[in-house]
Ligand binder design. Structure first.
Ligand SMILES: [Zn+2]
Length: 489
């Protein structure tokens, strides 16, 4: 989903919004897994895979082909001795085949799924200082389209699965890696298609999706580890007032511009209802330990049953708080009229909504229509592809359960060995990723890339996309230990 997909590190959010960062209140129990440096031969293989993937163009363009990336990885798994019965190449489009690989476990517990999209956003060579489809190491960085989003993690997971297999590792439950199409472009051939058509291949206790989350660095110092634990649903609505128009020297009583602005003023004055879920509740609970006394008191008041709505109103002044406890809708574009001396025949606004998990775009469309209470106004849905329709999708993000300790305990323990002292924070993302399909299917999905990036160096979808060499090396160390911690013995 170009422009909508908040791939990696846009959860920079919490800090960018001026909120304090707080560690997730996870009590570590049992033996913490240990990080060991990836052996040189394994690291070299992981870099070779990264290079190979970057140099295969997987854009949703005539030059791009996701299947070429999937088959290259399929060959590596089969050459390494993975049974053919555990390596599945499949999808409805010949150019957009997905690859699903499984390391069989000894037990009967539900699998762990690692979800990685292989497609990338188009890159225009003339905008770049290197060829975006050449893997270039320069000044401590790897350059190329997909080095941040997300062929780094694709390659790290492929390399990790190959290493685990080589070492004869047998987890207690299946570990599954899905390399998928159509996260950035179309939406029909990748994660959603696999879930609808081959749920048995991707069914899991939970999903790790390295397409978001990660370590934020400030001048090389790790500041926070973001883990996306739920996400809002993105929706655009087109609000339109129409009028027969006429000469502006003879104004009529009805007027498209005035009718539209009256509706937008109602929206400006309106707040969607206050709500919390398991993730945002844990987030606000942790904030009470960090915030100044009055703010902390207000936060405790909204956590009470029933919540103190006056306290919520005070906290709403801070956009970062407000967006974490309600659906928001805001006018983002406006167009009206066709001449200085003519009455407007059309006045139109785009209203952009970030919908709290548990509500559908269609429900919000109806709420907007009720709020405007003007039967002459059209409130239509605008899809990601720009198609306008009278009704909106009924799909909604599932209300998330509290963050799973079986994920956050090892994640926190391992992250702190690589990035000492880094607080691990569960966040609700305001963008969208393939995680939403799994959340809708009742499978919790956590976004964590194990990639450390300087704040301000987020180049996903941009020019001269690059990844620090050291960040890639550390992500290998992390994923090797993390897969074993999740897989068990
Ligand atoms: Zn992505």
């Amino acid at each position: 989903m170009p422009n909508l997909s908040f791939c990696r590190l846009i959860p920079v959010s919490i800090l960018a919004l001026g909120l304090s960062v707080v560690p997730l209140p996870v009590a570590l129990s049992g033996q913490a897994p240990a990080i060991t440096p990836t052996p040189p031969a394994d690291r070299a293989e992981a870099i070779a895979i990264f290079k190979q993937l970057i140099e295969i163009n997987t854009t949703d363009t005539p030059l791009g082909n996701v299947t070429d990336g999937s088959t290259a990885m399929q060959k590596r798994f089969l050459d390494a001795g993975f049974p053919a019965s555990e390596v599945h190449l499949l999808g409805p489009s010949p150019r957009k085949q997905n690859l699903v690989v499984r390391i069989k476990g000894t037990g009967t517990g539900k699998p762990v799924l690692f979800l990685c999209h292989v497609d990338v956003v188009e890159a225009l060579p003339k905008d770049w200082h290197t060829d975006p489809f050449k893997f270039v190491e320069k000044d401590g960085y790897y350059y190329g389209r997909g080095t941040q989003d997300m062929k780094d993690s694709d390659a790290a997971l492929v390399a990790t699965f190959l290493r685990l297999h080589r070492e004869g590792y047998r987890p207690a439950r299946d570990l599954v890696l899905a390399l998928t199409a159509d996260e950035e472009g179309g939406s029909a051939n990748g994660a959603a298609w696999l879930l609808q058509n081959h749920r048995e291949l991707v069914d899991a206790a939970f999903v790790i999706n390295p397409d978001s989350g990660g370590i934020e660095l400030e001048q090389g110092k790790p500041v926070v580890a973001d883990v996306e634990a739920t996400e809002k649903v993105y929706a655009d609505f087109q609000v339109t007032a129409t009028n027969p128009g006429g000469h502006s020297s003879r104004p009529r009583p009805d007027n498209a511009i005035y009718e539209l602005t009256a509706a937008l003023n109602k929206l400006a004055a309106y707040s969607f209802p206050f709500e919390l879920n398991g993730v945002t509740r844990a987030y606000f609970e942790a904030l009470t330990k960090q915030e100044p006394a009055q703010t902390a008191a207000d936060i405790r008041a909204i956590l009470a049953t029933p919540p103190d709505l006056a306290a919520a109103a005070r906290l709403s002044v801070e956009p970062g708080f407000n967006s974490n406890f309600r659906t928001t809708c805001v006018a983002t574009r406006l167009a009206a009229g066709h001449a200085n001396n003519a009455l407007a025949q059309t006045a139109q606004a785009n209203v952009n909504c970030r919908i709290f998990p548990g509500h559908s775009p269609e429900q919000i469309r109806k709420e907007l229509s009720d709020l405007f209470a003007d039967p002459k106004l059209g409130v239509k849905y605008v899809s990601d592809a720009g198609v306008v329709s009278d009704t909106a999708p009924e799909r909604k993000a599932i209300v998330p359960p509290p963050p799973l300790p079986e994920v956050f305990e090892p994640l926190t323990a391992l992250a702190n060995q690589i990035w000492p002292g880094v607080p691990v924070t569960a966040v609700m993302e305001n963008g969208a990723s393939d995680s939403i399909y799994f959340a809708q299917a009742g499978i919790p999905s956590y976004g964590f890339s194990a990639i450390a990036l300087e704040r301000g160096d987020d180049r996903a979808h941009g020019q001269d996309e690059r990844l620090p060499v050291d960040s890639y090396a550390k992500s290998l160390d992390f994923f090797y230990a993390f897969t074993k911690a999740l897989g068990g013995k």
